[in-house]
Design a protein around this ligand. Structure first.
Ligand code: ADP
Ligand code: MG
Length: 241
């Protein structure tokens, strides 16, 4: 299995002097799904972008399997971190076929690439769309292609930013379950950002509850839900999002 441990150590990111991520520490264990859960604007995407290496923290350190990849005087670029990133809008390349979208970031021989594309399309149940173009697919199908594309290079750590929020309500639960089983099958450690308690409850091995740039509670979904750290956390869980 291709997986790793992710450690985020006291990262801070300021915009115009205001800390949006504020001394945040978090650990994601190999093979586990950790949900970074918190209300809109609390700094989740900013934190995830720093971990992916598309932004830099002002302070703090990030380690993957014990090796620092970002910190004072150190910056390993995104493509050398072994992380995969998946955003809210799947942003498939419109001019490339489904197969070419998935193969895009792959190295290796043509045969190796073709086998990997085939294996992933099989997992997401879309082999029949191999030669199709993104606009010919439904939203749910595009989402699955985006998942296949992100997993293709076998990232040790998958970073996902509200990957289901663009989907129709009717589809969402099914796609969440399916995505979870594919992620477990591939084995990567997953850090999934969401503002929906229900999604975190459904998908997480561990929830990290975030508020105003900080983690305020961590634990198994059942524990976080049943023993919220304070009134604000209880209210957040009881809100209909
Ligand atoms: P979340 O993903 O939890 O909704 P974000 O990380 O997107 O939160 O944003 C947290 C806060 O940081 C917001 O108030 C947002 O306006 C601010 N912010 C994010 N990126 C920037 C930026 N590049 N410049 C200034 N402010 C930003
Ligand atoms: Mg966000």
């Amino acid at each position: 299995m291709v997986t790793a441990r992710l450690e985020i150590l006291s990262i801070t990111r300021r915009f115009g002097g205001r800390p949006v991520v504020d001394d945040l520490s978090l650990e994601v264990m190999p093979g586990q799904v950790t949900c970074l859960l918190g209300p809109s604007g609390c700094g989740k995407s900013t934190a995830l972008r720093i971990i992916a290496g598309v932004d830099r923290a002002d302070e703090g350190e990030i380690r993957i399997d014990g090796t620092p990849v970002a910190g004072p005087g150190l910056f390993v670029p995104p493509e050398r971190r072994g992380t995969g990133l998946m955003f809210q809008d799947f942003a498939l390349f419109p001019h490339l076929s489904v197969a070419d979208n998935i193969a895009f970031g792959l190295s290796g021989t043509r045969t190796e690439k073709r086998l990997r594309v085939r294996e992933l399309l099989d997992k997401v149940g879309l082999v029949r769309f191999l030669g199709a173009f993104p606009h010919e697919l439904s939203g749910g199908e595009q989402q699955r292609v985006a998942l296949a594309r992100a997993l293709a290079p076998r990232p040790k750590i998958m970073l996902m930013d509200e990957p289901f929020s663009g989907l129709d309500n009717r589809l969402r639960d099914g796609i969440r379950d399916e995505t979870l089983s594919i992620l477990k099958d591939e084995g990567a450690a997953v850090l999934l950002v969401t503002h929906e308690p229900e999604e975190a409850m459904r998908m997480a091995d561990e929830i990290a509850l975030m508020r105003r740039g900080r983690i305020v509670q961590r634990g198994a979904p059942y524990n976080v839900y049943n023993a919220p750290v304070d009134r604000e956390a209880a209210a957040f869980f009881s809100d209909v999002n």
